[in-house]
Every structure is written in structure tokens, then in C-alpha cells.
Design a binder for this molecule. Structure first.
Ligand code: ZN
Length: 118
């Protein structure tokens, strides 16, 4: 697999986006939030992510160091992506791979990340 174009969004469809991502590089995280949600995520530079619909539908949730804006649909509650800042200060988007259209998540091999310790 290499970088490919995907579309995705929340459950009810109010939040929709397109993204270019390499799903050979996915992560599962054991932090207090990701562990409960069962996220499989991949980080992409913000330029490779376009929110097509739903900016006004998003509710922002912050915890721990407030480094990542966890954005969930205020109608259906699904967090299909999050916005954050990389170590070098660049804008990043964490995409919930489970929210991408037509992706076989069972075929992915997410790398475990020890977010609990961060
Ligand atoms: Zn929704």
C-alpha cells in the first residue's frame, strides 16, 4: 500500500472529508480516550486533509495536555478525525481509519502506541 486518496466521515453523514494517507502506517493507542473508542488512526499533514462538510457540526473536546482537538459530530457523536500540532509545530490531522469509506480495517496492522505514558 502507498499513499491513496480516501473519503470518510461520521456516522450520520454531516461530517465529511477527503484525505490522502498511507494505511501501511496506522496506529492503535492505549491512552484513556483511544482505548475506549478503539481508534485505529493515522496522522497526515493538514494540507492532505480537506473537510468537505460539517465544520459547524463539530464539538471540540480537550484532555490531558490539550495537544489534540478531538472533534466529534454533535449529532451522531462519532469522532472521525482530530486536529493537532506535530513536534515541529506543523498542523496535523489524526484520521480515524475506521471512519474511512471502503477500507478493510481488519487487513491493517496498526502499530501499538503507548499513549497512556505520554
Ligand atoms: Zn454525525
Amino acid at each position: 500500500m502507498a499513499e491513496q486518496h480516501y473519503t470518510g466521515g461520521c456516522q450520520c453523514g454531516k461530517v465529511r472529508y477527503e484525505v490522502t494517507a498511507d494505511l501501511d502506517r496506522t496506529m492503535s493507542c492505549n491512552c484513556s480516550r483511544c482505548a475506549k473508542l478503539g481508534w485505529i488512526l493515522t496522522f497526515v499533514p493538514a494540507q492532505r486533509f480537506t473537510l468537505l462538510a460539517g465544520e459547524d457540526e463539530l464539538t471540540d473536546y480537550l484532555f490531558n495536555k490539550h495537544a489534540i482537538h478531538h472533534l466529534f459530530c454533535s449529532t451522531c457523536g462519532i469522532e472521525s478525525f482530530a486536529r493537532g500540532t506535530g513536534p515541529d509545530g506543523s498542523q496535523m490531522v489524526a484520521v480515524n481509519v475506521r471512519c474511512l469509506d471502503e477500507v478493510d480495517v481488519g487487513a491493517l496492522k496498526p502499530m501499538p502506541v503507548d499513549g497512556k505514558s505520554l
